[in-house]
Design a protein. Structure first.
Length: 404
């Protein structure tokens, strides 16, 4: 709380104030909308990781609230409001969600300090989830669960959440968790017997109003570890969603919720085994088809010149076409000029042959609007109009015939 503040901040004293009366000091329009300044407000401006409140001023909707450097709180509205008395109404559902998450963050940060001496270096309150970043090289699941349990213990104790005011020196003497360098009278939030923290945000009156906290995710972020959490109604919705998903997974797997992890592990193992089996079969199929094409489609050139295998395949995709071409040119002295009905093209040749498959492919696909590239022994491309595949293949064969 700053002595130089222009706007009286009602939320400093009562986070549960939903309606209030104020005087409109000014209302001016700029590129961001109508900027309204009041003599007093219960609207919380974006600050300290907590988003702003929304609601109404008279008939105008408050869409954003910002804290100016001169101490004024600016309310951005969707229309002009007249100077003079006005009534403000806070979007209570949004406010209560924010105070549950914010006070939950205070408790969680204090729990990590109490249990493991881990300091919180940043806090973010998002629309769906909230996060804290812990200054530590490592955090494990055991620590996460212990901090969650300790936080919920304080929530279930339903301890009073008090507001304290004082100078930095006075708050420091009272055992405040985080020191501040600002001058003047400051505001702090005290969870009885557990935490004291300087903060200008909105909070519950008792810890039980948080409901519960649920830690959802842990990930490494630069030099810190980010903990994702939800409190109150968000935690209830997340738990319900998890239960629904787990139940559906159990139904799909024909098992109870407790058996889902084991069944998923078994399904993944079966899928991996099936994938390996399909790979082996695909390899064998390509090997056999390559030998068949060499025997039936190979076009012998002049004596001492390489044979050419040419084919437009109906079904295979680009990955199978690459595998087939590789199997064909694994044989000595052969070139493969292949395509699919989907517009994939591959020109390849056995190692040691003269000629440039990359240059040949570019020359043939460019007139058809295609693109591609590769090495002198293996080049691949695609056509925007698959119906032109056969014409491209035929052009390649003609050019190879001229060279031979």
């Amino acid at each position: 709380m700053d002595k130089t503040a222009v706007t009286e901040r009602l939320y400093y004293h009562d986070s549960f104030l939903r309606e209030f009366d104020a005087q409109v000091i000014s209302c001016a329009q700029d590129a961001d909308g109508w900027r309204v300044i009041l003599d007093r407000t219960a609207f919380y401006p974006t600050s300290g990781g907590q988003p702003h409140d929304t609601g109404t001023l008279g008939d105008a909707k408050v869409v954003e609230v910002l804290d100016e450097e001169d101490g004024e709180v600016v309310h951005f509205t969707d229309r002009a409001v007249s100077p003079g008395p006005i009534q403000g109404r806070i979007d209570w559902e949004r406010r209560f969600d924010h105070i549950q998450q914010h006070t939950g963050q205070h408790l969680l940060s204090a729990a990590f300090i109490e249990l493991f001496k881990l300091q919180t270096v940043s806090f973010h309150l998002g629309r769906e989830i909230s996060t804290i970043d812990l200054a530590t090289p490592s955090v494990d699941q055991r620590q996460l669960e212990a901090a969650e349990r300790r936080t919920n213990e304080i929530i279930f104790d339903d301890r009073p959440v008090n507001i304290r005011f004082g100078t930095a020196e006075e708050l420091a003497a009272a055992g405040i968790r985080k020191q501040v360098d600002r001058e003047g009278i400051l505001r702090a939030i005290e969870i009885e017997g557990f935490d004291r923290q300087p903060c200008g945000g909105t909070h519950v009156a008792r810890s039980g109003q948080i409901g519960m906290i649920l830690l959802r995710k842990l990930e490494k972020v630069k030099a810190a570890w980010r903990v994702e959490f939800v409190c109150g109604y968000r935690a209830m919705r997340a738990a319900r969603s998890d239960a629904t998903l787990l139940g559906e997974a159990g139904r799909q797997l024909s098992c109870g919720p407790a058996d889902v992890p084991a069944m998923v592990a078994r399904a993944l193992e079966d899928r991996q085994s099936g994938h390996r089996a399909r790979q082996r079969l695909t390899e064998e199929l390509a090997e056999v088809q390559a030998l068949m094409l060499l025997a039936t489609e190979g076009r012998a050139g002049k004596p001492g010149k390489p044979a050419v295998v040419s084919r437009v395949l109906e079904e295979p995709d680009a990955s199978y076409l690459r595998l087939l071409a590789t199997k064909i040119v694994a044989q000595p002295a052969v070139r493969a000029i292949l395509g699919t009905r989907a517009g994939h093209i591959i020109f390849a040749q056995s190692a040691g042959l003269e000629g440039d498959m990359n240059a040949l492919l570019r020359e043939c696909v460019s007139p058809a609007g295609g693109k591609g590239g590769g090495t002198r022994d293996f080049a691949q491309g695609s056509l925007p109009e698959p119906t032109r595949v056969e014409a491209v293949i035929q052009r390649a064969l003609e050019l190879l015939q001229q060279d031979s």
